[in-house]
Design a protein around this ligand. Structure first.
Ligand SMILES: Cc1ncc(COP(=O)(O)O)c(C=O)c1O
Length: 367
């Protein structure tokens, strides 16, 4: 296919349906309740905001291209070798860079059927073929993934916990998945929501990366650290993969504000604990409320719920979305993920959760 000018994009590009982010505005409503993008309920650490403000007069300077202080702060926090950390403009950029390093035309990249959409989008962007593997109960099916690996497979992307389902694989299942992969296939564990998980059998991927040459873990500052706007993520890698990523990334891919805010956020343990405790309180509260209204929820371990609405057109997910939007409450429709009967709703502040729970109760009760 060609575009109008006669220029021909690379194969795969025109197969991409552009990513549609969550709504940020509700018509006629000045300050909507924004529960559509899994942003943090409590906002960033005040220390991160102060660090961001403090460098306003320095923005004519290029960033430290190696993000050394940030990688050292992450290394201290997680007990990791900073040389094995690579930072990116959001974990989205790191997904792109991994694909650029390992996949191209003729190659296959596996993700789970309701996995994060940036995996198939970025796979198509490098000309490779995304392979969606069916899930079991909206959870990654390890056997189904392993059964789909061929000699063309280059990367398996697993979001753990997964967005938008909120489900996760325990450390044993993840290790079994990794053990079943040939050494030539990279396991990319995207642990964007790791900090919210409160389960004994969960491990974000560090242990696996420590003992494997073909596993990486991706993390983000967009969720619990509430820095989505500055775009900051990081990868923990085997040394050889860190070396590859450092070759292909832009020389100044992480901005000065992102580095400064990131360092302050990592070091603000109190703000981190507050955000975690908030989610631990409101995730079960909200889930119980929705279940009591007859909605079907996946057992989410992240900072959002995936709720299945009835099929009845007056009560379905589209009708619920429109009803909530008319009240200034923004949730996420899931048609793009193949889950049109569901809405994904982020855990917001306490008043926001009370408001949305009451609005959904009203919606379900309406005649
Ligand atoms: C599973 C998963 N990975 C990665 C990202 C992207 O995060 P970032 O803002 O760091 O690019 C998201 C954001 O929603 C996500 O849900």
């Amino acid at each position: 296919m060609t575009v109008d000018s006669g220029l021909v994009p690379r194969p795969g590009i025109l197969d991409i349906s552009p990513y549609v982010g969550g709504e940020a505005k509700a018509p006629g409503i000045e300050r909507p309740i924004r529960l559509a993008s899994n942003e943090s309920a409590l906002g960033p650490s005040s220390k991160a905001i102060a660090a961001y403000r403090a460098l306003a007069s320095e923005i004519h300077r290029y960033p430290d291209g190696n993000a050394r202080e940030l990688r050292e702060a992450l290394g201290r926090q997680h007990g990791l070798d900073p040389a094995r950390i690579v930072c990116g403009a959001g974990s989205d950029e790191l997904i792109t860079l991994l694909l650029r390093c390992f996949a191209g035309p003729g190659d296959e990249v596996i993700y789970s059927r309701h996995g994060f959409l940036m995996y198939p989008i970025n796979t198509l962007a490098v000309g490779a073929t995304p392979i969606a593997v069916p899930e079991r109960e909206l959870t990654v099916d390890v056997d189904a993934v392993l059964a789909r690996v061929t000699d063309r497979t280059r990367i398996v992307f697993i979001a753990n916990p997964n967005n938008p389902t909120g489900t996760y694989l325990g450390a044993q299942d993840l290790a079994r998945l990794h053990a079943g992969l040939p050494p030539s296939v990279l396991l990319a564990i995207d642990a964007a929501y790791a900090e919210f998980v409160n389960r004994n059998d969960y491990e974000p991927g560090i242990a696996l990366v420590n003992r494997a040459d073909n596993a990486v873990m991706l993390r983000t500052f967009s969720k619990i650290y509430a820095l989505a706007a500055v775009r900051l993520g990081w990868a923990y890698c085997p040394p050889a993969i860190a070396d590859l990523l450092n070759r292909v990334r832009g020389p100044f891919n992480v901005s000065v504000p992102a580095q400064a805010a990131g360092i302050a956020a990592v070091e603000d343990i109190e703000a981190f604990n507050r955000a975690r405790a908030h989610n631990e309180r409101w995730l079960p509260w909200f889930s119980d409320r929705l279940r009591a209204l007859g909605l079907v929820l996946t057992p989410s371990v992240a900072n959002f719920v995936l709720a299945r609405f009835p099929d009845d057109p007056r009560r379905n997910a589209d009708a619920a979305f429109a009803f909530l939007q008319s009240r200034g409450i923004l949730t996420r429709q899931m048609g793009g993920y193949g889950l049109p009967q569901h809405l994904r709703i982020t855990i917001g502040t306490a008043p926001e959760m009370e408001t949305v729970a009451a609005a959904i109760a009203e919606f379900m009760a309406a005649r």
